[in-house]
Design a protein around this ligand. Structure first.
Ligand code: ZN
Ligand code: FE
Length: 255
């Protein structure tokens, strides 16, 4: 059986996730922006979490952990290289390590860039990846701590996952991401139609997260730095994709 995944809106625009293995009744929480909505979502399902996966150290992804643990003692897993600034971990992990949610095996990916030590958790059997502030719906996280080449490489690893993979990211930034994407890739028909769908979803109050990787490959400009039309539009025809990525990210920072 595949993991049952519940998206939990938190704070103003964050998402946490519940991932439940129905075969073993094991539940994980991925990121804890605040405890109350997560506790409510767990209650609604009748699930008790036994592990918490943390993607990165930013407060809007970890600050509800203490309160969650007060209700549900659970094993806390995060980046072994970030123990100095994460809440206390029961287990530190790094690129290539495996974690289990019941019978489901997940692979830890280092997707540094937004922060150094940012992790993603990929569950191949369930075709899901928890990406937080690395790859997002039609966007990517701002490059705060890492370098542009590092973020480019991280997004490349995520882009290489099977195209049907569900991308469970950390924020509802899609409307602004979509507006920006049109400024660098205005003639892309897949993008134009997706922007319409996204506007309709947001107008109806529906989340645009998670998304499917194949849609990101077709419309997310941060995964399309090698695209000839985007390069031409930016006056960078033939440039190295990493340089085109850096230009797109810099434009988004000013957008
Ligand atoms: Zn962050
Ligand atoms: Fe965040």
């Amino acid at each position: 059986m595949v993991l049952q995944i519940v998206t939990v809106p938190c704070l103003t625009d964050n998402y946490a996730y519940l991932a439940h293995d129905p075969d073993t009744d094991v539940t994980a929480v991925i990121d804890v922006p605040e405890a109350a909505p997560i506790l409510q979502a767990l209650d609604n399902k009748g699930w008790k979490p036994s592990l918490v996966l943390l993607t990165h150290h930013h407060a809007d992804h970890v600050q509800g952990l203490r309160e969650l643990l007060a209700h549900h003692p659970a094993e806390v897993i995060g980046a072994s290289g970030d123990t100095h600034r994460l809440p206390p971990l029961d287990r530190g992990v790094a690129e290539g390590d495996t974690i289990k949610i019941g019978s489901e095996v997940g692979i830890v990916m280092d997707v540094s860039g937004h922060t150094v030590g940012h992790l993603a958790f990929h569950f191949p059997q369930s075709a899901a990846v928890f990406t937080a502030d690395s790859l997002m719906t039609m966007g990517c996280g701002r490059v705060f701590e890492g370098t542009m080449p590092q973020m480019f490489e991280s997004l490349g690893k995520l882009a290489a996952l099977p195209p049907e993979t569900m991308v469970c990211s950390g924020h509802e930034y899609t409307q602004s991401n979509a507006k920006f994407a049109l400024t660098v890739d205005p003639a892309n028909p897949a993008l134009i139609s997706r922007v319409k769908e996204i506007s309709a979803a947001r107008a109806a109050g529906r989340p645009t997260v998670p998304s499917i990787l194949v849609e990101e490959l077709a419309t997310n400009p941060f995964l399309r730095a090698g695209d000839a039309e985007i390069q031409a539009h930016l006056g960078m025809s033939g440039a190295a994709p990493v340089d085109v990525f850096a230009e797109i990210r810099a434009r988004k920072d000013r957008f």
